[in-house]
Write a protein of this length. Structure first.
Length: 309
């Protein structure tokens, strides 16, 4: 063993000894991640086999890429991919900048007591469960007893069955998500803004900077690296829209726009008991997300110098 390798080994031993308490602190998380995130990857084999419960995963008949071809040839392929992409991109374009704007505006708000009240109000919807949220949406938009339709009828407008009209479904899904998560999503940007030195603001005020100029030239550039990392992570899960909300707001009348990959996988995998087919769809979804994550990370690194690695 050469001297360089010996030095590296001794340096690693010193670092390990110095940070032993931190490594011990991380061990439970590493173990749980390994058990629940890496061990289940063994089930990926189901995408290439005709699963037989008696034979098990290893004993099931090998099918190769049959289930992937079946999905690509399926009449649901284009519609589910399109619905997932449109809904995800729509949600990303709307829900990503709003927490940033909210954090910047509240950070420049001088009345701390009122700011805390506004923060509490905007945080509160995040603690409502998805099931309760969907129940509220369906109830509020009901054509007979809904609050929204009662207001419309008060102004002489006929009641609208919003959940039965597919042209409204995406807007309902996305904007209700913004209302529920915008306040809580702004927390990380508040943390980034808290790290800005007050001396920068004081110097800018002495030079006659307005509030807008403080936000534009100091606050926004300071949170831009954080926003870039979050944007990369969001783009890496662009095809992984949450199942629960889409499924709970779904009905036969809006199915043409509400059927996304996650709901389709649930139906073919658990309801139709086609385990291998649903696994293949899920694996395809994961691979596409991985490719998008790598591409967006590379683009962000070239354009702004900020990336995950």
């Amino acid at each position: 063993m050469d001297s360089t390798a010996i030095k590296r080994k001794s340096r690693f031993a010193r670092v390990l000894k110095r940070d032993a308490s931190l490594w011990l602190f991380c061990i439970p998380g590493i173990i749980l991640t390994f058990i629940f995130s890496y061990v289940p990857m063994y089930g990926i084999l189901l995408a290439f086999k005709r699963f037989n419960a008696r034979a098990g995963i290893w004993g099931s008949e090998w099918q190769g890429l049959y289930y992937f071809k079946r999905f690509f040839d399926s009449p649901y392929f284009e519609s589910t991919i399109w619905n997932t992409l449109v809904l995800s991109l729509y949600g990303l374009l709307v829900s990503f900048p709003i927490p940033i704007i909210l954090a910047l505006l509240l950070n420049s708000f001088q009345h701390k007591r009122y700011r805390k009240v506004i923060q509490t109000i905007t945080y509160a919807p995040n603690f409502i469960s998805v099931v309760v949220m969907c129940g509220m949406i369906i109830l509020f938009l009901s054509p007979t007893i809904g609050v929204i339709n009662s207001v419309l009828e008060f102004f002489g407008i006929d009641a609208v069955n919003f959940m039965a009209k597919k042209e409204y479904w995406r807007h309902i899904y996305v904007w209700s998500g913004v209302w529920q998560s915008a306040g809580w999503s702004s927390v990380i940007f508040f943390a980034a803004l808290a790290g800005i030195s007050p001396e920068l603001h004081e110097a800018a005020r002495c030079d006659g900077a307005t509030k807008f100029q403080l936000i534009r030239y100091i606050d926004f550039p300071s949170i831009l690296p954080t926003a870039t990392i979050l944007l990369i992570l969001n783009c890496g899960s662009i095809l992984s829209i949450g199942f629960e909300k889409a499924y709970l707001l779904q009905n036969n009348l809006n199915l043409t726009v509400s059927e996304i990959i996650s709901t389709y996988v649930y139906k073919v995998g658990l309801i139709n008991n086609d385990i291998s087919y649903s696994t293949a769809i899920g694996l395809f979804n994961t691979v596409v997300n991985l490719v998008l994550l790598l591409a967006v990370n590379k683009a962000a690194d070239k354009l702004s110098g900020n990336s995950l690695w």
